[in-house]
Design a protein around this ligand. Structure first.
Ligand SMILES: [Zn+2]
Length: 254
């Protein structure tokens, strides 16, 4: 009998989590007011280089993301409400759970629940909800040459993003952060996973450009500027990036 009651309460809690995240998911793209995006900084390799770098960061380092979203909202004839407000949540000592590599769907669901549980325990939710929480894991570029995969979860509005602790990379980091942030709002990838080439037409910022190639801008969910049929380059900053029509539709900007 106790077992039945326990399972009943467990199911009730899970139903509560599901309803809560469904409600946040809908409300995050209603754009009735500016969406708060809280950025947390994490020293992922424990190095003193990263510690010093994190201390040097202020909210101004991430302001280009806010400007990008506002400019793009204006381009899609949306009011300033259809934008975001970036806040710094500070430096965290704990590392979020690692995402499974090529995990099965059940492994991904379990990881997503663990990630939300970890976020709940390591952060305080202040002010209005919904709000997006982005966890930035910083690595010393002298020690780590290749970063692991970053993830943005629509359920729970959480992003886990790997970036380099380097002033030089700061503007390019903002491109990666914006890409994962838009995943939390339901935007999908628009590049070919086997070649990294943007998919035509949805992954092109200007699919009607004549001649089509080379393109001037990257579509944010394609992540690269198509130069030729077989070559695409990573943009230096958000100045070389636009939000394409399909991504705009996915985040309810139509
Ligand atoms: Zn992606």
């Amino acid at each position: 009998m106790f077992k039945v009651i326990r399972i009943f309460f467990l199911l009730l809690i899970l139903a509560g989590v599901a309803i809560g995240s469904w409600r946040d998911k809908i409300r995050s793209v209603e754009w009735k007011s500016t969406l708060p995006v809280i950025i947390y900084l994490i020293n992922a390799d424990g190095s003193p280089v990263v510690t010093d770098y994190l201390r040097s960061l202020t909210v101004d380092n991430f302001k280009p993301i806010e400007t990008f979203m506002r400019d793009e909202a204006t381009r899609y004839d949306r009011s300033s409400n259809a934008s975001i407000e970036i806040k710094l949540g500070g430096i965290l000592d704990s590392l979020p759970p690692e995402a499974p590599r090529n995990g099965s769907s059940i492994e991904i669901i379990i990881w997503s629940l663990r990630m939300r549980w970890w976020s709940f325990h390591n952060t305080v939710t202040l002010g209005s909800t919904p709000q997006v929480k982005i966890f930035l894991l910083y690595f010393d570029p002298a020690q780590t040459k290749l970063l692991g995969h970053s993830t943005g979860l629509q359920k729970g509005l959480i992003g886990r993003v790997n970036v380099f602790a380097s002033q030089e990379m700061s503007l390019q980091n903002n491109v990666v952060i914006t890409h994962e942030f838009l995943h939390t709002l339901g935007a999908t990838d628009k590049y070919d996973f086997s070649t990294n080439q943007p998919i035509y037409p949805v992954g092109y910022a200007n699919p009607e450009l004549q001649p089509l190639l080379p393109q001037r801008y990257a579509e944010i969910m394609a992540g690269r500027i198509p130069r030729s049929q077989f070559e695409a380059v990573i943009p230096d900053s958000l100045d070389d990036v636009l939000i394409g029509i399909q991504t705009a539709n996915e985040i309810n900007w139509h």
